[in-house]
Design a protein around this ligand. Structure first.
Ligand SMILES: Nc1ncnc2c1ncn2[C@@H]1O[C@H](COP(=O)(O)OP(=O)(O)OP(=O)(O)O)[C@@H](O)[C@H]1O
Ligand SMILES: [Mg+2]
Length: 278
């Protein structure tokens, strides 16, 4: 068997490969963590639902007993009931217990959303084509990005696409997340990110991610899609985001375009084939 040729790589190239390798390992780790968390989160969610129902039943039972004592109990029993209510601060507990449960349930729902999205992202793309509902996918991606966006960006959404697209959920999630993260990084001193979906013509759906950030000079509008093109400081960006996006959009038989004004902002538009019902 002939020995594999190994060509000499420059230190910069080795650094980039190491960075790509590091990101891939983080992706795998995240997928593993998401998978492990998903199971306990699932039963937490269902237990909290049962608990809410049980507690509503118990409150009803306690109320019924109290009413009985109030109407038919002896003076002594009524006084004991009053004491007990005061000592336990029963009214407050009954009120608070509902909001505690409600808060816990919505917290768990957020964790579940995040783990499901993490799993979506980190899952090796399967190249499957299915109907992908973009509006939900975008909301989940925005939730994942929230950690980074919340300090710099006001997010506005107008998700009015009525049709799903044909594609791979994991890959399309990557596209949206990367566009949103790029928009966020372009907003050094704060600004807006607007994410829109709309039906485009008969058989396409459009996603637009627009920011009010630094913009891109006209003579760079092609270069940004090249692998490893980045204006971020060393160690901050791989420059692979947009080349990966273009690759994914091509595989989906879609198109990507960009318009930008330096100092005013940038808008990326992706069009994808709609999932037909015919
Ligand atoms: N919304 C945007 N506003 C301004 N410049 C942008 C925007 N999106 C991309 N760019 C420019 O395109 C370059 C390449 O983007 P790409 O996503 O490919 O890599 P990156 O963001 O630099 O690195 P990584 O995606 O690994 O964080 C960016 O470094 C930036 O100069
Ligand atoms: Mg990027």
């Amino acid at each position: 068997m002939p020995a594999r040729q190994s060509r000499i790589r420059s230190p910069e190239e080795i650094d980039r490969l190491l960075e790509v390798e590091r990101l891939a390992s983080i992706g795998q780790l995240a997928a593993g963590v998401a998978h492990e968390i998903n199971n306990p989160v699932g039963y937490l969610q269902s237990n909290l639902k049962s608990l809410s129902e049980y507690i509503a039943g118990l409150v009803e039972l306690v109320d019924g007993c109290a009413r009985l004592i109030e109407t038919q109990g002896s003076a002594e029993q009524r006084a004991a009931l009053r004491d007990l209510r005061e000592r336990l601060d029963a009214e407050f507990i009954i009120e608070d217990i509902q909001s505690l449960l409600e808060e816990s349930r919505s917290g768990v729902a957020i964790i579940r959303d995040i783990t499901l999205t993490l799993r979506d992202f980190a899952r090796a793309p399967e190249g499957r084509t299915e109907a992908v509902e973009l509006n939900g996918l975008i909301k989940r991606a925005l939730r994942i990005a929230e950690n980074d966006t919340k300090y710099v960006a006001e997010i506005e959404t107008d998700l009015s696409a009525a049709r799903p697209v044909i594609g791979d959920t994991s890959m399309l999630s990557q596209v949206v997340l990367n566009l949103v993260m790029n928009a966020c990084h372009a907003l050094d001193s704060g600004g807006e990110i607007r994410v829109r979906t709309a039906d485009a013509g008969e058989d396409r759906v459009a996603i637009e991610v627009e920011d009010t950030g630094c913009g891109i000079p006209e003579d760079r509008l092609e270069a940004i899609f090249e692998p490893f093109y980045t204006t971020k400081p060393e160690g901050k960006g791989t420059g692979l985001g947009l080349s990966m996006i273009r690759e994914i959009v091509d595989r989906h038989h879609g198109t990507i375009s960009v318009t930008s004004s330096v100092g005013l902002g940038t808008c990326f538009r992706v069009e994808l084939p709609a999932f037909g019902d015919d």
